[in-house]
Ligand binder design. Sequence first.
Ligand code: GLU
Length: 278
Amino acid sequence: MSSLLVQQRSTAAPTSSIRLASARRLIVKIGSALIGDAETGEIRGPWLETLIEDVVRFFARGQQVILVTSGAVAVGSSHFNHLDRSLRVEEKKTAAAMGQVQIMCAYERSFRRHGFGVGQILLTREDIDDQHRRLNAASTLHQLLKVGAVPIINENDTTATAEICFGDNDRLAARVAQLVNADVVVLLSNVDGLFSENPHDNPAARLVTQVRCITPEIEAMAGHSLARHSSGGMVTKLMAARIATDAGCEMIIARGDKSYPLAAIENGGPSTWFFPPL
Ligand code: GLU
């Protein structure tokens, strides 16, 4: 049997809806291009409010949600006059230090309006690779969930040198899923999902709706294009899918830039679902 299904949007709605609604614990990753306006770096407040309403709806169903958010560099970059050049590494770290405060303030304000507190956790790959630090992070995540606060995670861009050049929150989200035994990782991005070919080059490219095994054929579909502020492309999303599915967790890639992005997936909007091996 083929390892992938393409363009089955007509049957996607009920399945997506049931699958998302039955997940006990979800990780939702928010890409930089969603939270920060590409031109001004301003936080997209009205959009963020719709995401938070989606998350609060999941809480009302008894589901737990952990957010992994990018955007610190994208939002903090507005403090630099850099439109004609890329920021240097030390400038990116400074942008991240400033932007992280701004995005956390926005999340905190939005969740507070719905009666929820938030807790910030900044991690590096070393934190997750080291057993003691990993257990400390896991314990804090569990405590935050226990007290009903929303854990909001980002990479610690100030201390993670390699991260700021190549790192991505796609793999971080998958590692967090592994850490807390999540059922589903949702990568909200600025693409509909995985396409058979680059849709910018070939309008006939088809959206792959389900992946049951990450074969070389699937890997070949991942393009290498990167958005200006984000570090992850389809390649890192596939790496994340491998980590998540090996840990028994499903993973979704979906476009998140429109209002109510989680409801859009539940309503059968375009997405690619990765399933753990049988
Ligand atoms: N940690 C980076 C930030 O907050 C983003 C990394 C990524 O794009 O995945 O700006």
